[in-house]
Design a protein around this ligand. Structure first.
Ligand code: SAH
Length: 187
């Protein structure tokens, strides 16, 4: 897990004028009023997916592509969706520039999941909502995992779920953290 974080040059996944901030374990602003989480939180969330390297993973909220780059080293294939077309475009360029070729970036509304690419063995949501959009749950294979920040009384709790025949079962709480909101619709 830490190897995957070590393999990704974070400064390539923040705006050029913020590269100096990339070496610190702190969130960094990435434009469009969005932020990229600190690497320790990305590592903790990716680790909670318990990937073995063979999975197809969906990420909701690409930003500039940092977490997708980390996941690309842990899974066989990553699909990631970003509602801001400009961020999606920049993420695609960032991933290409470091030679990552197992990530598909889609511009659109991730609250619908990505039906054309489903099903997924694991899903990670990088923006907070009061609940998990049902379309996403439906696109996870039985036994698959979901990690997502869920807003509860003004605080975001990062929760780990498994997909069961009836829907999602909450397994554990990873941590509390601040996240940008999951917004329905796309630019
Ligand atoms: N995963 C990114 C973090 C980006 S911040 C990283 O590793 O740096 C969360 C992102 O979620 C923002 O870019 C925001 O635009 C995006 N987002 C919010 N709601 C969304 C939605 N409905 N569909 C897709 N992306 C969404």
């Amino acid at each position: 897990m830490l190897d995957a974080v070590g393999e990704v040059p974070r400064e390539r996944f923040v705006p050029p004028d913020r590269r100096a901030e990339a070496s610190r374990d702190r969130p960094v602003r990435i434009g469009q009023d969005q932020t990229t989480s600190q690497p320790s939180l990305v590592a903790m969330m990716c680790a909670a997916l318990e990937l073995r390297g063979t999975e197809r993973v969906l990420e909701i909220g690409t930003g500039l592509g940092y977490q997708a780059a980390v996941l690309s080293h842990l899974a066989a294939e990553v699909c990631t969706v970003e509602r801001h077309a400009e961020l999606a475009e920049a993420a695609r360029r960032n991933l290409d520039a470091v030679g990552i070729d197992n990530v598909t970036v889609v511009a659109g509304d991730g609250t619908r999941g990505l039906p054309d690419h489903a099903p997924f063995d694991a899903v990670i949501i990088a923006a907070a909502a009061p609940g998990i959009p049902p379309a996403i749950t439906e696109q996870i294979v039985r036994g698959g995992r979901l990690v997502a920040p869920v807003s509860q009384r003004g605080v975001e709790q990062v929760l780990v779920y498994t997909r069961d025949p009836d829907g999602l079962t909450e397994q554990r709480r990873l941590t509390a953290a601040r996240f940008v909101p999951l917004v329905t619709g796309s630019d």
